[in-house]
Design a protein around this ligand. Structure first.
Ligand code: BF8
Ligand code: SF4
Length: 631
């Protein structure tokens, strides 16, 4: 008899947090919940995007009696410039992460810390970029591919190479709109230039540049980050893992890797698996070493090693509050500076590794590619040495955890589909089985669930509620980032989640042998989603904008999310947001990001703070696309 699995509910997750909060009070520690109270009410001008401090004549704020800043900039110019700066910062962050990975690829060698794991992918990319491979050493090819990739950041002429992967319709449109991104750094610099005092004050032009700088990320830096990470550490394949704080082990040395760039965490994982380190941990009275991940670093290492996920963004403090973490080792992005003072309330060692993310209260170990493995081993040793400093009275590890199946990049999705129908038509394979399922109505469509969680709303609630409703309505989900981890915590990445699905989606899951929410990776891997949608459109023979496929970021918070939302919309995919972009003080900006871009790219934002209303809008949007296709 089939049984409904015991899925962790949001209430159970909140009960765990409440108990951990008690531990925090006992340890005199402060968490984001306390700081949120201190920050309430939040600044209205900031919230509406109508505070400007880009020159020292300001700050200027738009009010009923002051409709312009001192220079004459109005609400539309101010909100538009702030918005573009967010997109530019987000693009810069993702793309700089991609650049770091390119440098690691450039340093690979047979006897170094970093090797080529996916030769096939490297050779395919070399062919795509016209890099000679015949009779050459694979490492020579890798170094040249890395150099060509690095040139994408600063080349003086032309547009980005990866744009050639898009549909002809998109390529032509981007050229016509003059939003095809040139060199990645150039789009970031141009955005900063445009928003300097005394430059663009026209909201429409600012939104167009937001699309362009966003695409420099999605079809540039992020895509490169994804491709090069696959080449270095292997293209992910399906793996079983677990998620939530219950993955921390009472009798093992717990090391958490947190951030985004997997170059160093990969080494930490490898070092922790060596006999030398395991023996050392045992000699200190631990049963072994337990590596767990947070945020997108977790997504990266879970897809390639099955490393378990301790949780997503707003769970980073909770992890330390368990009192059972010997070390939290971070790289870049989404790291609370609060971890410094918080770690001091416990025995936890807080290690920062990147000059890009220096944080007071941490031990700084500057990660170098040449010495990565030796440094990782030292760090693991430091964590083991810290095991004996645990204060047993401060330990509480919640039991909640769920099984998850992860690792569905495009290659894996194709492989699963091929397994069902043998539809392999060319080197890439075909999405026709999925397309047929959508055409017949067995699947109504697909939604890409992405993005952070955010204290502005009940954390994870919107992600989970929206996903469950989509599954009930036979809508397949692909997920990345903290959204994928919210799904994992709620059991939605398990194959048993098919019991939450409508009859059609459940049948597909059973036939193909997949969970109904497919984990595609970290936030840089939203670039995988762009290629997935592009290739589905090509196989189907329709435009991207015609597909019953949309994106949703119900709890987004970061500037990276603004960059992402812009490239998703530029790619022709409607994007449903549960948090309002900070432009409400400008009627023009609100119109431009919802309806204005629709006239340009065929897609725009739909914004609704109520998750139930938002999912109703998503389903209506998917059904409207179906109706327009006549299916
Ligand atoms: O890059 S979803 S909170 S962890 S920004 Fe950060 Fe947001 Fe999480 Fe990954 Ni993406
Ligand atoms: Fe004020 Fe204009 Fe300076 Fe902004 S750029 S701070 S609106 S004077």
């Amino acid at each position: 008899m089939e049984q409904l699995k015991d899925f962790t509910t949001i209430e159970q997750m909140e009960a765990d947090t409440a108990k951990l909060k008690e531990m925090a009070c006992a340890a005199c520690a402060e968490t984001w919940e306390d700081r949120k109270v201190n920050q309430t009410p939040q600044c209205k001008f900031g919230e509406e995007g109508i505070c400007c401090k880009i020159c020292s004549m300001g700050p200027c704020r738009i009010t009923p009696k002051a409709s312009r800043g001192i220079c004459g900039a109005d609400a539309h110019a101010i909100a538009g410039r702030n918005y573009l700066r967010m997109a530019a910062a987000g693009s810069a962050a993702h793309s700089d992460h991609g650049r770091e990975i390119a440098h690691v690829l450039h340093k690979t060698s047979p006897d170094g810390s970093y090797h080529i794991r996916d030769e096939g992918k490297l050779l395919r990319l070399a062919a795509e970029w016209g890099v000679a491979t015949e009779g050459r050493d694979i490492y020579d090819v890798a170094h040249e591919v890395a150099e060509v990739g690095l040139m994408e950041y600063g080349k003086p002429f032309g547009t980005l190479r990866f744009l050639s992967r898009a549909t002809d319709e998109r390529k032509q449109l981007w050229e016509e709109l003059e939003i095809a991104p040139r060199a990645i750094d150039r789009e970031v610099a141009t955005s900063m230039h445009m928003t300097h005092m005394g430059n663009t004050a026209d909201a429409d032009a600012l939104v167009r540049q937001s699309l362009r700088v966003g695409m420099a990320d999605g079809w540039g830096g992020s895509m490169m980050g994804t491709e090069f990470t696959d080449i270095l550490f292997g293209t992910p394949t399906v793996r079983a893992t677990e998620s939530n704080l219950g993955v921390l082990e009472k009798e093992m040395v717990n090391i958490i890797v947190h951030g985004h760039d997997p170059a160093f965490s990969e080494m930490v994982v490898v070092a922790a698996e060596t006999k030398e380190m395991i023996d050392y941990a045992r000699s200190k009275g631990a049963k072994g070493i337990n590596i767990a991940g947070l945020c997108c670093t977790a997504n990266e290492v879970t897809m390639r090693h099955g490393v378990r996920m301790a949780g997503n963004f707003l769970q980073q403090e909770n992890a330390l509050l368990t009192g059972a973490v010997e070390m939290i080792c971070v790289d870049v992005q989404c790291i609370f500076p609060a971890l410094g003072p918080l770690a001091e309330c416990f025995h936890t060692k807080f290690v920062t590794t990147s000059p890009v993310a220096r944080i007071p209260g941490s031990i700084y170990v500057k990660f170098e590619t040449e010495t990565a493995m030796a440094q990782a081993t030292e760090i693991v040793r430091m964590a083991i040495d810290n095991y004996e400093n645990r204060d047993q009275s401060k330990i509480f590890i919640p039991e909640s955890k769920q099984g998850a199946v992860v690792g569905y990049p495009c290659e894996q999705i194709i492989k699963e589909l091929d397994g069902v129908t043998n539809s392999h038509v060319d080197e890439r394979g075909s999405y026709m089985p999925a397309i047929d399922a959508i055409k017949s109505g067995v699947l109504r469509g697909a939604v890409a669930m992405v993005g952070c969680n955010n204290p502005k709303v009940r954390p994870d609630y919107s992600h989970i509620e929206i996903m469950k409703e989509l599954l009930r309505n036979d809508i397949l989900i692909v997920a990345t980032g903290c959204s994928a981890q919210a799904a994992a915590k709620a059991g939605l990445l398990s194959k048993e989640a098919k019991f939450l699905c409508g009859a059609g989606l459940r049948r597909v899951c059973e036939l193909v042998g997949i969970p109904p929410v497919l984990h595609m990776g970290a936030c840089v891997d939203i670039s995988r989603m762009m290629l997935l949608v592009t290739d589905i459109a090509k196989d189907w023979g329709v435009k991207v904008t015609d597909l019953p496929i949309v994106g949703c970021a119900p709890e987004w918070m970061s500037e990276k999310a603004v960059a992402i939302a812009n490239y998703v919309v530029a790619t022709g995919i409607d994007t449903y947001l549960g948090i309002e972009p900070q432009v409400k003080g400008s009627s023009q900006m609100m119109e431009l990001i919802t309806e204005g871009t629709r006239k340009l790219t065929g897609a725009g934002y739909v914004i609704n703070k109520d998750p139930h209303e938002l999912v109703t809008a998503i389903i209506a949007g998917v059904e409207a696309k179906r109706a327009a296709l006549g299916i």
